[in-house]
Design a protein around this ligand. Structure first.
Ligand code: MOS
Length: 739
């Protein structure tokens, strides 16, 4: 008997071989007949306007076909769409080549199109531009005076109780300013688009994004395409981390060139241009925490400001996480944004929580030291089974188990409380911990299951696998539901013409698409049963559906393999060539109402700091995660590992550094924008604690894409304090800040 590869099996990725052998074709690799290549030219000033732009030299380069600027680009509906407002994923991004205005450094001001990438790149170097400069500001500090709270965020700025009275009566108070640097997403695959021009007015757009249908809708609207004439395909996405929630500007540039030249066009961003697309906003947060003599939180006051651009307003939930995880009667939350002359920021892995919760958990560590209590004990004293802001009970919350199992595996009880009290040779050893929290989201999704006479099952959904393992877990869910070996299941994702799904964001895919796939397969199972039991001389007798089992590619009476039929043969019985079932999940119907839905984690970090050099290394991390049901422990663990590695980057390395006089990012390459490399990564242990949940989503799944970064940076920062006695309140903790 073969193993059933269903929910819970630690399977390898079904698309792993295609990826490592290069058979997986990405957006910037799709072949197209007569393909042209576009290279974007960036503005040399940070703010102002173009006075004149001269492309005559570029046009003389052999192979250069056209140079698009704001003066000659085709007019499409995009340029008439309404401006500004909130920068959410369903809104068009910054409109490149719209007019002569320059809003940020390196803003694309021209697209050189050639018959080869090399010709286009050469041409791009020869475009000369005259500008009229205006003053700019890229410092968040200097913009704080102009901070403002967007209307739709005002109701989240909760005030309750009496913070000042609680603070006056407190046994301990922490009041400090914390900072997080601007960070940039760095997926392996740069943003890229290949527009295939079909000549009949329709186009196929191979684009890197986190939502084939969102990209289709946005591009169709921007370019005036009728329904069905623009299709977006993205079966493989080489990581995105939120950078693909909105289509990136190269998609619009490629479309503009295709429309103008009536040819297929490819535009791919360079690594440097990835710094002009989207980023995690910088944050400055003033935190006040107070507790009573029992170390129970008595006051929380948070005043956070994140950066946005001058052209749009990007907001996130920064201040809501700490008080959600650690309830407190007296609260004052104040979130606002301040505009800089940069591109608009956007979602980056656990947007808002990675910022707000990591800074909050550093402050919690400070409160523990101010009170002289163990940092873990402080969390346990303030533990709650209800959500601290909404006061709602959780669908499930196994954070207590996460604290316990994480602490045990890490060996937290062996820690000595005093900073600088643990050593290994020349190195100071520090142990720190933090709490993580993220939303357990379910979004609208649908999927189609099609079974043919050969017993092959095809699963189809517009959702794409952004590198997280979606394809694998969908195959698993389907195989498990119909008792098929994995080789008999094919998963088709990342195509806007497939059944509708929401964006691949917020760690929602496993719960949402997973439930749709499960439903579609269960619907198919019932059809198969009906077809078989309505046929003559079938082997099941008077058995009911609930007495059936699907195993080894057969439908059979539970426990009796002799009374069974192969699924493909049942399809044949129907007279059809295949049977199909489509199903959807709708959070408004399938979601729970009055309960809080969150994932949680307890993160424990060990750092070692060479006393003479001052260089911190993360030598151990333990993440105990409570995320409901885990479909595939292997791919789920990889998600947590990835989040933890990003957390290490956030704690010690990642920052987009401006030369503020020029308003330009100086470290715009992976040589100088530091992310952790293999040598920076040591032992990372991931524990999934048992968290049965029958309510968060139909499969009890909560999602694991983002929780791994939340709390990790704080645990490391707290470990650095424990090792060195120095409290650094500015992430990343670089050498200059630590020395
Ligand atoms: Mo995620 S930042 O919602 O892709």
């Amino acid at each position: 008997m073969m193993d059933q590869p269903g929910i819970g099996a630690a399977l390898d990725r079904v698309d792993g071989m295609a990826k490592v052998t290069g058979r997986a074709v990405y957006a910037g690799e799709h072949p197209a007949r007569g393909l042209l290549y576009g290279v974007a030219v960036g503005a040399e000033i940070t703010r102002g306007r173009i006075v004149s732009i001269d492309a005559s030299q570029a046009r003389r380069i052999d192979g250069v076909v056209e140079v698009l600027t704001h003066e000659n680009r085709p007019h499409v509906p995009w340029f008439d769409m309404r401006d500004g407002g909130s920068a959410d994923s369903a809104k068009p991004p910054f409109r490149v080549l719209r007019n002569a205005d320059i809003a940020f450094a390196d803003q694309p001001i021209a697209l050189v199109v050639g018959t080869s990438f090399e010709a286009a790149r050469r041409g791009a170097m020869l475009v000369t531009t005259r500008y009229e400069s205006a003053s700019h500001n890229t410092r968040l500090d200097a913009a704080l005076a102009e901070r403002r709270t967007p209307e739709q965020k005002k109701r989240r700025n909760v005030t309750r109780g009496d913070v000042e009275a609680a603070r006056a009566a407190a046994a301990a108070v922490v009041e400090q300013r914390y900072r997080l640097a601007m960070e940039h997403h760095h997926p392996i695959e740069m943003h890229a688009t290949t527009v295939e021009w079909h000549g009949d007015g329709s186009v196929t757009v191979y684009d890197k994004n986190q939502g084939s249908q969102n990209a289709r809708d946005q591009l169709a609207q921007a370019f005036g395409h009728a329904a069905g004439t623009l299709r977006v395909i993205n079966p493989y996405v080489g990581g995105a981390f939120g950078s693909g929630l909105r289509p990136a500007y190269q998609a619009y540039l490629a479309m503009l060139a295709a429309v103008m030249l009536r040819r297929s066009v490819r535009v791919m961003l360079t690594r440097r241009q990835m710094f002009t697309h989207v980023h995690r906003p910088a944050c400055i947060e003033d935190i006040i925490l107070a507790c009573d003599a029992e170390s129970r939180l008595s006051a929380i006051a948070l005043r956070a400001t994140t950066s946005t651009s001058r052209v749009e307003t990007y907001t996130e939930n920064v201040v809501g996480w700490g008080p959600a995880a650690h309830p407190c009667p007296n609260l004052r939350l104040d979130y606002a944004v301040a505009a800089l002359d940069t591109p608009t920021p956007g979602n980056m892995r656990a947007p808002g929580a990675a910022t707000g919760m990591n800074l909050f958990e550093i402050a919690m560590d400070e409160l523990a030291y101010a009170r002289g209590v163990d940092p873990l004990a402080l969390r346990l004293i303030n533990y709650s089974d209800t959500h601290g802001l909404s006061a709602l009970p959780y669908t499930s919350k196994a954070l207590m188990a996460a604290y316990r199992e994480g602490a045990t595996r890490f060996g937290w009880h062996k820690r000595s409380h005093e900073p600088r009290s643990m050593r290994a040779g020349r190195e100071l050893v520090g142990w720190g911990m933090a709490t993580g929290i993220w939303d357990a989201l379910m979004l609208p999704a649908s999927a189609r299951a099609t079974l043919d006479r050969d017993g092959m099952l095809a699963i189809a959904s517009a959702a794409s696998d952004i590198g997280t393992g979606t394809c694998t877990i969908m195959a698993q869910i389907a195989a498990g539901a119909l008792g098929l070996p994995l080789e008999r299941v094919r998963v088709f994702l990342g195509d806007s013409s497939l059944p509708a799904t929401a964006l691949e964001g917020g760690s929602s895919m496993a719960a949402s698409v997973g439930a749709a796939v499960s439903r579609a397969c269960n619907g198919l199972a019932r059809r198969l049963f009906e077809i078989l039991t309505q046929s003559k001389d079938h082997p099941l007798g008077a058995a009911r559906f609930d007495e059936m089992e699907f195993r080894d590619g057969r439908l059979r009476l539970a426990g009796d393999p002799s009374r069974s039929m192969a699924l493909g043969d049942i399809v044949a019985l129907s007279g059809e060539s295949s049977l199909q079932c489509e199903a959807a999940v709708d959070p408004s119907k399938d979601g729970v109402g009055a309960k809080a839905k969150n994932t949680h984690s307890a993160v424990f970090a060990e750092v070692r700091v060479d006393e003479e050099l001052g260089v911190p290394r993360v030598t151990r991390l333990t993440l105990a995660v409570a995320a409901g049901r885990i479909i595939n422990p292997k791919t789920a663990r990889s998600q947590i590992l990835g989040g933890a590695v990003m957390g290490i980057g956030m704690a010690l390395q990642e920052q987009s550094m401006f030369d503020h006089r020029l308003g330009r990012i100086m470290n715009h390459s992976l040589a100088e924008y530091h992310i952790p490399c293999h040598a920076d990564i040591n032992d990372i242990e991931v524990i999934f604690v048992d968290e049965p949940d029958a309510e968060t989503s139909p499969l009890g799944v909560k999602g694991v894409g983002e929780i791994g970064i939340v709390g990790t940076a704080a645990a490391i920062a707290n470990a650095v304090h424990h090792a060195t006695g120095k409290r650094i309140r500015e992430l990343p903790i670089t050498l200059d800040r630590l020395l």
